[in-house]
Design a protein around this ligand. Structure first.
Ligand SMILES: CC(=O)[C@@H](O)[C@H](O)COP(=O)(O)O
Ligand SMILES: NCC(=O)COP(=O)(O)O
Length: 238
């Protein structure tokens, strides 16, 4: 079964826009879980444009499903993970000023650094996932780094899905079959939405987790949060 982890970054964007506490991200997380989300994902970026470091600590004792914290593994991020001990940490190669995550790891040229970070995270009992583009050689590199899972960076799939979904899924099918073959757990995320999610799930049946934020929050403006989460769960129930 593919679990839905709701990324609540953009609820924090809305809260920060007015400097108050509305919407309250702790209540949002609790409600997402009550409405059926099987995980909560946050990405506490260094500039705190949305999720703050304090949000992560506030969520620590509230999230009862799988807590997934994403970020670049600098000292700040590693201290948060050490103190919060989420179920999963997802490593992304984002520089501080990037608009949004826009690349996966070069697991070959970063093998030493990633291996050390992954080993440290696992020693804290945290499951590891690394953000990756759909290429077999990068999957092999990820396996050598010792990570538990990889997260397929699905922006390229999402951006070409409407033009030609068979072509769009090709690289993802090949690389995820390879990942599955070499024993890597498989997550996916970025730009997934109500239109492209079901086909991804059909074509990659062993996906363990999808993390979805931006489109889901936008959909919730029209359909309401409970309805929207149920709609996404139905797209995964194939
Ligand atoms: C890693 C990834 O693809 C997303 O989870 C990312 O966290 C989105 O970041 P923003 O919400 O800041 O666009
Ligand atoms: N890892 C992907 C994620 O958490 C959310 O990405 P998006 O749905 O906001 O693009």
């Amino acid at each position: 079964m593919t679990q839905l982890s709701v990324n609540i970054n953009k609820f924090a964007t809305l809260r920060n826009a007015r400097g108050g506490d509305n919407p309250n991200v702790v209540q949002i997380a609790k409600d997402c879980e009550r409405f059926g989300a099987q995980g909560i994902t946050v990405h506490p970026r260094p500039d705190e444009r949305h999720i703050t470091r304090q949000d992560v600590y506030d969520l620590k004792d509230v999230v009862t499903t799988e807590f997934n914290i994403e970020g670049y593994p600098d000292d700040r991020f590693m201290k948060i993970i050490e103190e919060v001990r989420p179920v999963q940490a997802t490593l992304v190669p984002d520089p501080p000023n990037v608009l949004t995550s826009n690349a996966g790891w070069d697991t070959i040229n970063n093998e030493k650094m990633l291996s050390e970070i992954i080993s440290q995270l696992q020693s804290w009992g945290v499951r590891t996932s690394i953000f990756i583009e759909p290429e077999n050689k990068l999957m092999d590199g990820a396996k050598k780094c010792g990570t538990d899972r990889v997260e397929l960076y699905t922006e390229m799939y999402a951006s070409s899905y409407h033009k030609d979904k068979i072509k769009a899924i090709e690289a993802y099918k090949t690389s995820s079959e390879h990942a599955n073959h070499i024993g890597l757990g498989l997550n996916a995320g970025h730009d997934l939405d109500l239109k492209n999610l079901n086909y991804l799930k059909q074509q990659i049946p062993y996906l363990e987790e999808v993390s979805i934020g931006h489109a889901l929050v936008c959909d919730a403006l029209y359909y309401g949060l409970e309805n929207t989460i149920q709609m996404y769960l139905r797209e995964l129930d194939v």
